[in-house]
Each structure stands twice: as C-alpha cells, then as structure tokens.
Design a protein around this ligand. Structure first.
Ligand code: GLA
Length: 371
C-alpha cells in the first residue's frame, strides 16, 4: 500500500546508522562525530551495513546568523562541511536534525517558514539524511508541513533521506509514504523493557503501510545503553528486525562491550531486517505473555520471532499454519542468533524462553520427499 517517497530508491531497505540522541542527548560535538565515524569502521558496524551518522538536536547555535541561515554552535561544530567530508571519506553518510516547528525540542531555532533556505543550507553541507522533528508546531498541519519539507529537499537536487518525526500523532503511515522515507510511529523510546513493549504494541496494525522507500519507524535503538540485560537487547534487536524497522544504533560506539557489538552486528538478524521484499512482520500468536511474530521474506521463507514478554520462563511454539503454511508442512529451521541449523521440523517448532527474551528463526518450507 502507498508509494514510497516518490520511489526514489534512497531507502530500498530500512536505513541503518547511528544517531547521537539516545546516548548523548544534547552533548554532541565535532569530535564525538569523528570518533563515532572511526568506531563505525573499527567495530565492524560499517561492514555490517550501518551507513548514516546522524547528529540529533543541539548541534545548532542559539540564533540564526545575520544572513538568516541556521548556524551550528561554532564552539562545538566549527565546520559542518569539513565534518561531513570526514564522514564521507570513511564511506559513511552524514545526517542532521532540525524541527518543522518554530523551535527544536531543545529550544534551538526551528525551520518553520524557512524550509527552502534550510534545505539549501543542509545540501550545501553535503547532508544525506534529515530528521525533521515536531516540537513547537502548534497549529501546523503535519502533512502539509512535511510535504513542504519534501519539496524543499527535492528542489536542492541532492538525494537526501527524509526522516519524519511527529511521533505518530497525525497517523503518518496514511500519508507519509509519498512524503518521506521513514516516519516515527510512536513516542520516544526509553532504555527500559516496558518502554520497548509499549512501543511494540503500537506497531501491530501498521504493517501494511511499510515497504521499500517508506518505513514505519518505532524509534532508534537502545541496545548497549545499560538499562536492559543483553537478553532484553537481543529481543529489542530481533523485534526491530521482524518489524523491518530502521536500525539506528543509539549507543556509544567507541566503548561497546563485545556483547553489544555482537548484537548490533549479528549478520543473520540484520538480514531479516534488510530483506529486500520489505514486508513488515505481524503478530500471528499472542497468549499469556508469549507471542509469535512473522514476516515473509524474499524467496518465500519466513522470519519468525518467538517472544516471552512475561516474568517467568515459558514455552513458546510456532506452528507452520500461523506463518502462511499448513500444519502438515515440513520446514527447515535455522536459529539466526546461534547461526546454526536446527533441522527439519514437521508441524512447527517450540522453545523454552527465559523472561524478557526472544528467539529469531528462519523457516523455509522443505519440499524434499519425506524420509
Ligand atoms: C524529540 C524526538 C527525539 C529527539 C529529541 C531531541 O523528542 O522524538 O528523537 O530528536 O526530540 O530534542
């Protein structure tokens, strides 16, 4: 349903990258962005598919310049264009934030009424990704405001991914597919399990609206920020993969633990997120705190997520009729975290999961003759 941001091919799969906000809030600087770009490479994140390095709110100076242009806080960002070049030289892409309202959420100058001027400014800094927020936007029509942005960006002639951030307030899934490449569906994530689950429950009905160049965005990742266990972070990452969510790391890439790095770079989990068919997963079973989510993959296989959201260990079962097959099917099962084949399974598969944890599988219908 819905066309992508004019099908321009800028986000054929959900964008992957890093954003400063979840870990650093307003404490952003040229140095942080350079060090993060280096860490993207050293940690293996770039090789795993992460591309965008996005500076969120608080890069701005307190006032526009005399020429009306937005200007950075020059103490912390002495030369945006040089910073973009640093990022680009490392095979990465450069992203920046502004707000569609009169001020940003941190109180810096917003872009309302200056969309063309600001879009040209961002293009002149070689920006590849714009996140446009929605604070201090009272009285504005979201669809119109973001369409103005979309047109202003297009008029620059520079390919720029447009990330819409109005928190799902105006049902963006119904109109944003032709306006931007991704849109936030819900409020800000926090580094806690209950926040994750609360966001998850708001995604279920939105699956039909996503696809290549137009993605639902349940918000940036908290993996590695310290508020959850590694098992919870694996569940978080698995859920974002089954949801075809943008994967924007939100932690300090310069000092990740090995466990955090292993989660963020898990190749077979990322492959589910980045599956070229672009079908967002749906909840296919829900009962007593255990759930099964599934998405169709290119080639006809299924990504299957088994989730225990409860407080005690629980058995979670998927049967093949829940994921588009029938009970009599035999499927070949692979565990994508363990990166191991589980083998052929008739009817379905089950596993016992600890509280707040998930398993992620790939199930491929087995056509070989029965033994
Ligand atoms: C809003 C957005 C966040 C972040 C902050 C910055 O809350 O939803 O993702 O950009 O503003 O101030």
């Amino acid at each position: 349903m819905g066309l992508g941001a004019s099908h321009d091919g800028l986000a054929p799969t959900p964008p992957m990258g890093w954003n400063s906000w979840n870990r650093f809030g307003p404490f952003v600087s040229d140095q942080l962005v350079r060090e993060t770009s280096d860490a993207m490479i050293e940690s293996g994140m770039r090789d795993a598919g992460y591309r965008y390095v996005v500076i969120d709110d608080a890069w701005e100076g307190s006032l526009r310049g005399d020429d009306g242009h937005l200007q950075p806080n020059l103490w912390r960002f002495p030369d945006m264009r040089a910073l973009a070049a640093y990022v680009h030289d490392r095979g990465l892409r450069f992203g920046l934030y502004t707000c569609a309202g009169d001020r940003t959420c941190q109180g810096y100058p917003g872009s309302h009424g200056r969309e063309s001027l600001d879009a040209r400014r961002f293009a002149s800094w070689d920006v590849d990704f714009m996140k446009i927020d929605w604070c201090h936007a009272t009285g504005l029509d979201a669809r119109l405001a973001y369409t103005t942005w979309s047109e202003a960006i297009r008029a620059t002639g520079r390919p720029i991914v447009l990330s819409i951030c109005e928190w799902g307030r105006n049902r963006p899934w119904e109109w944003a597919g032709t306006v931007g490449h991704l849109w936030r569906t819900s409020h800000d994530i926090a580094d806690r399990w209950d926040s994750l689950i609360d966001i998850l429950d708001r995604q279920e009905a939105l699956a039909p609206y996503a696809g290549p160049d137009h993605w639902n965005d349940p918000d940036m990742l908290e993996v590695g920020n310290g508020g959850m266990t590694d098992a919870e972070y694996r569940a978080h990452f698995s859920l974002w993969a089954i949801l075809a969510a943008p994967l924007m790391a939100g932690n300090d890439l310069r000092s990740m633990t090995d466990a955090t790095r292993a989660i963020l770079t898990a190749p077979e989990v990322i492959a589910i997120d980045q599956d070229p068919l672009g079908r967002q997963g749906r909840r296919v079973r829900q009962e007593n705190g255990v759930e099964v989510w599934a998405r169709e993959l290119s080639g006809g296989a299924r990504g299957v997520l088994l989730l225990n959201r409860g407080e005690t260990a629980a058995r979670v079962e998927v049967t093949w009729d829940c994921v588009g097959g029938s009970r009599s099917d035999v499927a070949f099962v692979r565990d994508l975290w363990e990166r191991q084949d589980v083998g052929r399974r008739s009817e379905g598969y089950d596993v016992t999961l600890q509280p707040h944890s998930a398993a992620l599988l790939k199930a491929t219908r087995d056509n070989s003759p029965r033994a």
